[in-house]
Design a protein around this ligand. Structure first.
Ligand code: 7PJ
Length: 263
């Protein structure tokens, strides 16, 4: 899954893809490099950011979704928590939703249910505006994440969304310290008990910056190491900025995993 930000304040792309033509070219390149899904986001959810009105998000995202669907052979995912944005982009041909708020916004469960599309539900503690202010958990992080995701699966099923439509994400960096993130990756197999495909996003995140002391533009090697470990621990979709290198890292990891353990 290649990341396509159409936010003016996104920390690692600096809003460069705000123009539709640029967005299209960037998506084309990610597809050529091996992406299967393009994740279009119009609301920045980086730590400290404020949410924006649905109309503003739609104004950013809709023209890009429309052209991606029309001109490229791609599954277009929309990174949104807004029921309005879900409804409008589903009508434009979006192929899945990616909601960092796990369909907890008013009306989101119903909008997602009506769309009939697959949905990625992610764990987050707090809101982007405050989530990195001393994150704390009363239980081991992996248990908190499994419990939350199990609750969201139940809420989805109660709203008429079959579990076969769901993809789960532990939400690296969303209300978590570096130690929480490292422990969660180490123990990601805990999430396999939920029996659904796992998606992870660690590309360029501050957990890499903190461990390696690297600025955002120097986090690719660290991110590839995390990608390999995530695949080994069950991740099946990786949300990344650097598609080409990530595809190589995943394919190399996969080749090793396909080798049986028999003597
Ligand atoms: C994630 C996301 C993630 C999912 C962002 C960034 C921050 N969606 N949207 N998982 N992160 N599903 O890309 O650094 O980890 S925005």
């Amino acid at each position: 899954m290649g990341i396509l930000n159409v936010t003016p304040d996104s920390f690692s792309d600096g809003g460069r893809h705000i123009v539709v033509d640029d967005a299209l070219r960037h998506a084309e390149r990610m597809l050529a490099e091996g992406a299967a899904i393009i994740d279009v986001g119009g609301e920045s959810t980086r730590p400290g950011s404020q949410s924006i009105p649905a109309q503003q998000e739609l104004d950013r995202v809709a023209p890009v979704v429309e052209r991606l669907v029309r001109e490229l052979d791609a599954l277009v995912s929309v990174d949104t928590s807004s029921p309005e944005v879900m409804r409008e982009t589903a009508a434009l041909g979006a192929g899945m939703f990616n909601d960092v708020r796990a369909l907890q916004c008013e009306g989101a469960l119903q909008a997602a249910a009506r769309s009939g599309l697959p949905i990625c539900v992610m764990h987050m503690q707090g809101e982007p505006s405050d989530m990195q202010q001393a994150p704390h958990y009363a239980e081991p992080i992996e248990e908190a994440v499994v419990r939350f995701l199990a609750e969201r699966i139940a809420a989805c099923e109660a709203a008429g969304i079959r579990r076969e439509r769901l993809i789960l994400d532990p939400g690296f960096g969303f209300g978590k310290t570096v130690e929480h993130n490292l422990r969660l990756l180490r123990r990601m197999q805990h999430l396999e008990a939920l029996g659904l495909p796992l998606l992870v996003g660690m590309s360029r995140k501050s957990m890499i910056g903190k461990v390696l002391e690297r600025p955002v533009e120097e986090r690719l090697p660290g991110g590839l190491a995390l990608a390999a470990l995530a695949v080994e621990r069950g991740a099946r979709i990786l949300r990344v900025h650097d598609v080409g290198p990530s595809v190589d890292a995943v394919n190399m990891t996969w080749a090793v995993l396909q080798e049986g353990l028999e003597p």
